[in-house]
Design a binder for this molecule. Structure first.
Ligand code: NAI
Length: 339
């Protein structure tokens, strides 16, 4: 088979280091991937005025699939976040983030197995902010029937496809009666078409408490943008932190895969960052290619990589954040040794 072109955005901070590690593991798995490197974030500003250059967007539109390292958004300098912009421009309306325990990573709970499905395009991340009068600023929360319906459809379809049993909507419709009210109304309507899947609603603050008390009572979590963002980090904490949680941003025919964590400037350039979350995101990407393009080869590579990193983690061959003593590149080598 010929190599599938996939866009790779190394990103900033720890990004280039962890993407190098991931490329090494993917090459060792034999996956037929031809990386097309493009820039975003601070790396893009070295070459032009935009944090998200048109050439990067065009490349993802052309190849439809990308693996993205974390990007730094300069604070207070008028730049829109690369991630918010990317999700909007490509209409990557759903963030899908599986959260599972890994053997070898000690945590309070041992059998967490959740999937977060987050609406990616509106809510308080719509970027509609203005100064009402001196000293008074306002941010607008936006909800549309179209976006609420399609994210609910995504959650239920995903649940059915993966044999999941329950979808729980986290909301604050008791306070935000119109916006969160619309979100739960559309979720309820969609749930009626899926009688095989249990449907549940929970107020987001109570949901946080229940999650940290007993996460195993949840299965698929369906959330609007802000709650999904917050809950992703909370749930990452349940299974060992940001270094072990993968993520994807999926639209109708395009997808960008990335770890939940950021560019970690505090540890950049030290070869100590954990590449696992990005590698796990890459495994999701290979499975996506297999599901959407019918290439079994990618499932086989994804399974080999997953088995190899699971073994490495179980045997304690990891980076410092997971209790090991390996550097980023040495962790990648330890995974490759276990193929
Ligand atoms: P962060 O996720 O970069 O770091 C939080 C903490 O986790 C830090 O102590 C960091 O050292 C640690 N950490 C993160 N990833 C790690 C890894 N792979 N291995 C070991 N330790 C890791 O979050 P922070 O500090 O809030 O954001 C830093 C920058 O990243 C900001 O400019 C932010 O805008 C950006 N960011 C980008 C994201 C993306 O591109 N998807 C997502 C989140 C933040």
């Amino acid at each position: 088979m010929s190599k599938r072109k996939v866009v790779l955005i190394p990103g900033d901070g720890i990004g280039p280091n962890i993407t190098t590690a991931v490329k090494k593991v993917v090459a060792a798995s034999g996956a037929e991937i031809d990386w097309v490197e493009r820039k975003a974030g601070l790396a893009a500003l070295e070459e032009g005025p935009d944090v998200l250059p048109e050439s990067t967007i065009e490349s993802i539109k052309e190849h439809r699939v990308a693996l993205k390292g974390p990007c730094t958004t300069p604070i207070g300098e008028g730049f829109t976040s690369v991630n918010v912009q990317l999700r909007k421009e490509l209409d990557l309306y759903s963030a899908i983030r599986p959260v599972r325990n890994l053997k070898g990573v000690e945590t309070r709970f041992t059998d967490v197995d959740l999937v977060i499905i987050r609406e990616n395009t509106e809510g308080l991340y719509s970027g509609v902010e203005n100064t009402v009068s001196p000293g008074v600023v306002m941010s607008m929360k936006v909800a549309t029937e179209k976006a609420c319906t399609r994210i609910a459809e995504k959650a239920f379809k995903y649940a059915r496809m993966r044999g999941r049993k329950k979808v729980t909507v986290f909301h604050k419709a008791n306070i935000m009666k119109l916006t969160d009210g619309l979100f739960i109304r559309k979720s309820r309507e969609v749930s009626e078409k899926y009688s095989d899947i249990e449907y549940e609603e929970i107020i987001v603050d109570a949901g946080c408490m229940k999650l940290v008390q007993n996460p195993t009572q949840f299965d698929v979590l369906l959330l609007e943008n802000l709650y999904g963002d917050l809950m992703s980090d909370l749930c990452a904490g349940l299974v060992g932190g940001l270094g072990v949680v993968p993520g994807s941003n999926i639209g109708d025919n395009r997808a960008v895969f990335e770890a939940v964590h950021g560019s970690a400037p505090d540890i950049a350039g030290k070869n100590i960052a954990n590449p696992l979350a990005l590698l796990m995101s890459c495994v999701m990407m290979l499975n996506y290619l297999a599901d959407n393009e019918g290439e079994k080869h990618y499932t086989e590579c994804a399974t080999s990589i997953k088995n190899a990193y699971s073994k490495a983690v179980e045997q304690g061959a990891t980076t410092r954040d997971l209790g090991g003593d390996l550097g980023t590149q040495e962790f990648a080598d330890a995974i490759i040794e276990r193929f």
